[in-house]
Design a protein around this ligand. Sequence first.
Ligand SMILES: [Zn+2]
Ligand SMILES: [Zn+2]
Length: 285
Amino acid sequence: MGLLLSQLHESQGEPTAEANTILRSRIHRRRTARAHRRYPGPETTAGDRRPFAEAGGGREGRQSRIDAVLLTHGHGDHCVGLAEFSTGKSFEIPVYAPPDLIHFLFGFPGKSRFFSDLGRLARDYVVPHALVEEGRLELLGGLRMAGFEIDHTDRLPDGSCFPSSTYGYELEADGRRFIYTPDLGRLTDSLLKRVEGADLFMLDGTFWWDDELARISGLAKRSYELGHVPVEESMEILIGMDIGRVIYTHLNHTNPLLDPAQPMAARLREVGFEVAYDGMVLELY
Ligand SMILES: [Zn+2]
Ligand SMILES: [Zn+2]
């Protein structure tokens, strides 16, 4: 199984500030006649057509097609890319999200919201699915997925979250486990229990320091206040745990990890953790 993690905008090579905010998953072996019919491939130089079934990236641009979208929460950097589907690239793509996020983006029957009003997005291009927390779903023939609530978005006095609650995702295939929490306010005990023994944990790397914005931009907002556990602290908690790979994603432009020459980047490498980059493909075999 291969997982291609990226925003819905293409970019090349280097780590970017908002890499990996929408999860695209696919399985190499899934090449059905139905897929060929629904997802015509790009023109090749010879003029023939081929399905979007091979790995993305490379000199010819993205070759993959998107089979499913898992949304974590309602902040714009995690869901506005859905609008790209309204240009007719693909059809009937399932979009999974926490129930309050589905309502926030698509509304209810008879009462639409932004995405259900945008072009023909809701009717012809994506199919919204409200998830049940911890409910296991099988996607793409062999990839199992479950969403679970994590700390990140603001909690209102009535107990709801604005603009939605936040889910992390646990994906499993061929006995391998992948936990994905790109925006994460705290490493709670229950989350630590979940990531123990996982093959891959990809998590929030927005800020290195809690006071990073004050240091670099002069803004009096702390990382924790904005719903992001700083890498400096999460890294220390994760050192020594039984996790196959730890990869930080969602780096803010102020994060010193973006410069491999910085001592923070050296420290991360020293403990064996990694920084994600846009277009990264993860093999979980
Ligand atoms: Zn967020
Ligand atoms: Zn974010």
